[in-house]
Write a protein that binds this ligand. Sequence first.
Ligand SMILES: C[S@@+](CC[C@H](N)C(=O)[O-])C[C@H]1O[C@@H](n2cnc3c(N)ncnc32)[C@H](O)[C@@H]1O
Length: 477
Amino acid sequence: MQDLAALFDKSAAVLQHSLVGGRYLVAKHHLEAGDVVLQCPVLLTAQLPSWRKRICYACHRMCQARLALRCKGCEQVWFCSPACQDSTTPGSDPSHVGPEGAHKLNGLSDTQVPHQLLCPVLARFGSAKCGADMLCVLGMVLQLLGLQQLAGQAPSETQQRASAAVGAFEVLQDHAAELGKRERLEWLSALTFLRQDSTEDDLLTQAADKADNVYQPLVSALSLPNAAAQMSPQHSLHGPGGSQLLPQFPSAEPSCSSISPACQPGMQQRQPPRALLPHACRANIAEETRSDLPAESSCQDMLSGSLQQRASQRARKPSTGLQHPDVAGPKGAQTQSIDVKAKCAPTTDPADGMDDGKQQGSGGLLVSESPVLDADNFPRHPRSETSVGRVLFLQASFFNHSCHPNCYVHRNPTGATIIAMQPIAVGQELTISYIDEQLPQAARMLALQRDFFFRCNCSRCSFGLREGSSRRKAKRG
Ligand SMILES: C[S@@+](CC[C@H](N)C(=O)[O-])C[C@H]1O[C@@H](n2cnc3c(N)ncnc32)[C@H](O)[C@@H]1O
């Protein structure tokens, strides 16, 4: 908690903890509408496997053609240029990477940990047949372990990130109880996969051993009381150290369906357990025709593109539901668009075997799944978009959800800014909306239960429920 509290030192938020509600944030001082509560850098990103042959691992450039350069060690990551490939070798100068310096996306890189640390473990990812979403999350867990391992020898910024990594695991532990059986099994399989077959000089062996105080409680928290009965026959019960608690990741060409229905061609991909890693969001590609797209674009271009089109589309839509106070944008912060122009389709190489069925042949605007601002600065949730990866925000993950939030999230190229939407008194809880709060109550409840595994107890929902029951009582009486 001590480490975590320090994450908010430079913000207008204070981290609090209650036995009933867990961690939450309150206003450090009085806030006016438009005040910036905190700037939250991206902690980690991970590409979905289906995009890795189109998006350079080092600079995140999105390319039309399939990338030709691949890491010979793990065969799991692709590069757009020899410079990018060289940047992942020890001793290279990262400031020269990428033809347009696109790598200078603060935090927006899954190369924060030197690739040679991750390479031996990533090599095993080729045989992992779990869903694309879980592979993405596993990639992030791997980076977190890498950051932890670096902690002792790294500059202070990296040490801070490593301590944030521990915080991320703690968050995961705290929410393990909320998962359904399927999600727990998938997590147990994934964690076991990370530990098994590792060699002595393997990052995971070293990092997971060091992190055992975090890793083992997590495993226990995820364990089902009657694990043996819940598992499919393909799972055996050998865990690390001979434990009988864990399902082992199948080694010889398992049936995908035993791990995740997401692997089955033509099946709708399940929503990932996004609540697990704090505020792990999707970077999405909205449907748009390819002819509208530029010839080539880096993520930097993409992330700083114009919001004009979205704004004009939005302006035509009538506003419904909750009325938020008018907010002109973050005070002192330039309102930036997060739209991304991309022209390419994801890899549809059948050899991948892990393509997300939703990602078929569309390019478009890259946006975030977390709330983004429209022309009126109201949070909104883009729909019908295709995911290209996951983004992890740490500080933002401590905001509780409310269906009548007093803050909103504004995404920008290097992270997210949380902005007050109304005057907030010192000590008052700061909340954001995880979903489209303009949905009716039943749909909101469904979305929160399905995607975030909790039942909302915000004032609006509680009031709505009381209202519903008193209406029913009135009818009966
Ligand atoms: C991103 S975390 C927020 C921080 C969290 N309170 C903690 O201690 O880690 C999301 C989790 O907080 C809890 N939560 C957030 N908003 C909630 C709400 N409106 N009603 C009930 N639980 C909520 C749920 O357990 C949810 O999985």
